[in-house]
Design a protein around this ligand. Structure first.
Ligand code: MET
Ligand SMILES: [Zn+2]
Length: 344
């Protein structure tokens, strides 16, 4: 009996192309994790944000991953966004305990995938020749890495302003061990998310090379104006850094209002031929001082979905949602994409 593997481990250049081919030309990314945990009652008012649940309620994280898989996601992103060794140490945990929690974030996502496959494949075996093949939707686990600003939990994640004291080496040293641990955690790739400036993108690119990270990565930036990333660095400059890093298999934008996404896809395309990913937030704005989302600016699921075909046509091949999107959003995205004529 031969089980078809979910993803062939090709060299980086063909990793994403091969995955997208297996998915039918495009892939669905999951939706907001932290905000969904909150919707289920988790109190994330903590410097660790969603990573707090790695300690208190791993079952809830697994459940949200599963909800996204049931909704049609091909990629689930681990709860390590704000999980940093420095942040865990500030809570009194040892380095070893912190590293174990990073690995645990990926394990939880892998467990959710196993449970999903077990449920979804019951009775769906295919016999062709002597080979018994499981008909599985391809699912990747992305290990999330949030920015230095996310660790600071002071809003600089959305300003990209770290001050003159924070240079390239500081950022590399800050992220180094976490990236090493996540690279060995069993994840299929690393998702560098909500990157707020060029400097941090450069730090990630250099780290991937220096540490000979053996899994691919994506770079995802966030923007407040549709032209620049949140720090004011042009999106093209940032995407160019991703383009020149051999380990980066997709580049794009997350946690950005839907109305800016189309223009950003077009800008990114002028500097790279790598697959483009977009997973916008609901369009609401996060008020960092009040630590809450301002809802009046948000987009309803149906409106969010009205953009999806256009993003796909513009050239995005990985589409999902970020903060305040839910499994319903992802279900709607998945439905829209599968009924859309634009498949490649
Ligand atoms: C601030 S963006 C957060 C991204 C992370 N993957 C989450 O959904 O929780
Ligand atoms: Zn977000």
């Amino acid at each position: 009996m031969v089980l078809e593997t979910v993803v062939d481990h090709h060299p980086n250049s063909s990793f994403m192309a091969s995955f997208l081919r297996q998915c039918g030309g495009y892939a669905v990314i999951d939706g907001g994790l932290a905000t969904e945990l909150e919707r289920h009652g988790a109190d994330l008012d903590d410097p660790l944000w969603s990573a707090k649940c790695l300690i208190n309620s791993p079952h809830l994280i697994r459940r949200v991953h599963l909800d996204y898989l049931e909704a049609g996601a091909n990629i689930i992103i681990s709860a390590s966004y704000q999980a940093t060794l420095q942040g865990f140490e500030a809570k009194g945990l040892s380095r070893k305990e912190g590293e174990a929690l990073l690995v645990k974030s990926v394990k939880i996502a892998c467990e959710a995938r196993d449970i999903y496959y077990d449920r979804a494949t019951k009775g769906s075996w295919d016999i062709s020749g002597d080979v018994l093949t499981r008909q599985q939707r391809p699912v990747l686990v992305a290990a999330s890495v949030g920015s230095y600003g996310a660790y600071l939990a002071d809003g600089s994640e959305y300003s990209g302003v770290y001050g003159d004291n924070i240079g390239l080496d500081t950022l590399k040293d800050f992220h180094r061990r976490r990236v090493q641990v996540l690279a060995e955690s069993g994840a299929d790739l690393i998702g560098f998310e909500t990157i707020p400036n060029k400097l941090e993108a450069k730090a990630y690119a250099e780290l991937l090379e220096e540490e000979a990270v053996n899994i691919p990565a994506w770079f995802s930036f966030s923007s407040k104006d549709g032209i620049n990333v949140v720090s004011g660095d042009p999106i093209q400059d940032c995407a160019l850094i991703a383009d020149s890093c051999e380990k980066v298999v997709a580049v794009g934008v997350n946690c950005t209002p839907p109305r800016f996404i189309h223009g950003l896809i077009q800008s990114i395309q002028t500097v790279t031929a790598k697959p483009i990913l977009v997973y916008p937030n609901s369009g609401e704005t996060y008020d960092a001082s009040r630590k809450e989302w301002v809802p009046s600016t948000g987009v309803k699921d149906v409106d969010f979905v009205s953009y999806v075909g256009k993003w796909r046509e513009a050239g995005a091949s990985l589409i999902g949602g970020c903060c305040r999107t839910t499994p319903n959003t992802i279900r709607a995205i998945s439905k829209t994409l599968s009924s859309s004529a634009v498949r490649t």
